[in-house]
Ligand binder design. Sequence first.
Ligand code: HEC
Length: 136
Amino acid sequence: MNRASFAFVGALGLAATAVFAAPPGPPPGPPPPYQMRPVAPTGDRLKPGRDGKVLFEVHCGYCHLTGGMGTNLLTKQQVMAGNSPDKGLLANRTDLTADYVKTVVRMGKGAMPQQTKVDLTDAELDAVAKYLGKAG
Ligand code: HEC
């Protein structure tokens, strides 16, 4: 390597360090919504009649709120099907039935792992399915 190319490679290295070196610590600003996991509501997890929206945000939100991996994947599917990108959020869907939601949750679907009765009890799933199942 001659002197000029040596200097060139050195300059490239310096430039790469300047571009890729991130400052230490978390990025500034509040974390995205899917990372801000809400606190689970108190009360008997086996009793029916609890708030489906809150339960959805607690048990499904880390994948299905804005920025979550479920939302990202479903947004792509919805756009490819000709629907608007906001349909990537399950809460915006009007075509889901409660039965379909329950089946996907217990069986899993594609990249979504199945959710057990420990993740979400049957009573909790009923409430979540009622909240999401706007098509009946
Ligand atoms: C670990 C992340 C993760 C969790 C937790 C999760 N999901 Fe999902 N979910 C996904 C992904 C990813 C998909 C898209 C699967 C695919 O098509 O490959 C999906 C798909 C779905 C679908 C299907 C939508 C469609 O268009 O067919 C429903 C319904 C659903 N999730 C409901 C839920 C509910 C309700 C919960 C909470 C009990 C939940 N999910 C928890 C990742 C997750």
